[in-house]
Design a protein around this ligand. Structure first.
Ligand SMILES: C[S@@+](CC[C@H](N)C(=O)[O-])C[C@H]1O[C@@H](n2cnc3c(N)ncnc32)[C@H](O)[C@@H]1O
Length: 252
């Protein structure tokens, strides 16, 4: 876990599962969570616009007791920019929670765009549905309640896809299956994004007993071996800890 607000001690031995592997640590710059939060705040104030609908999405999720697992504002903006750069008209999201990332992504689509988002927990889906409505996105967002591995097969039968962007952000042990579905439901030029792939550094530990870590490791290995994918991972630090996004492009 990220040590709350304390400067990291410089230590010569890399320790998997801690922040000591980040570049700031290697340079011995004594970065702290307070510093990362201040940097986040600095850039977010200047670059990331969170309007009432986004702020309300987080507030209502908190009020309903949902876990604070939504992407950060800067990550939401990144998702939106990626969808815009791609010229996305269709998005598939796996893991809705209260709809925060859904709103960022749906807003990047044209008025006749479509975003399908899959959520297993009816309580989360109810909060998300209200947030999506409040954001005026009912005509764009198709929220489906149920386990994603049950919701995915009918999508192709119903004529959904190919999707221009797929955001995978649900139960990490299922990431390998979600990647397979993402490949079935995309086309050359589509982008596939996986969240929470660093997991406080534990992803680098092949012996991890955590099925979420093994899920993201297998996901990464499948991407690496796939002839139609090229990808990279961006590590992130911030108030929620040390994590990362994997971004993959479907090449052909
Ligand atoms: C990290 S949260 C999603 C956060 C959201 N993408 C955001 O940034 O605002 C993961 C969500 O996946 C949902 N989830 C977990 N297992 C699932 C499954 N098998 N199928 C669909 N959703 C699932 C959880 O209920 C939770 O709401």
């Amino acid at each position: 876990m990220v040590p709350g607000g304390k400067p990291l001690a410089v230590h010569p031995v890399p320790i998997v599962g801690s922040l000591r592997e980040c570049s700031a640590y290697r340079k011995g710059t004594h970065m702290s969570q307070q510093t990362w939060t201040a940097v986040d705040d600095y850039f977010n104030d200047l670059l990331v616009e969170e309007d009432d609908a986004l702020l309300q999405a987080v507030a209502s999720s908190d009020a309903a007791g949902l876990p604070p697992h939504q992407v950060s504002p800067s990550q939401g903006k990144l998702l939106s920019l990626l969808a815009t750069v791609r010229g996305a008209r269709t998005v598939l999201e796996i893991g809705t929670l209260g709809g925060y990332s859904t709103i960022w992504l749906a807003r990047a689509l044209p008025a006749d765009g479509r975003l399908v988002t899959l959520e297993a927990d009816p309580a989360c889906a109810a909060v998300a549905a209200a947030n999506i409505s409040r954001a005026g996105l009912d005509d764009i967002v198709d929220l489906r309640v149920g386990k994603a591995l049950d919701s995915l097969p009918p999508l192709a039968d119903e004529g959904h896809g190919p999707f221009d962007l797929v955001f995978i952000d649900a139960d990490k042990p299922s990431n390998p299956q979600y990647l397979e579905w993402a490949l079935k439901l995309t086309r050359p030029g589509s982008v596939i994004i996986g969240d929470n792939v660093v997991r406080d550094g534990a992803v680098a530990d092949p012996a991890s007993a955590d099925p979420r870590v093994q899920g993201v490791r297998r996901f990464t290995e499948l991407i690496s071996a796939h002839p139609r994918l090229t990808a990279t991972t961006i590590q992130t630090v911030g108030s929620k800890g040390y994590d990362g996004f994997t971004l993959a492009l479907v090449t052909h």
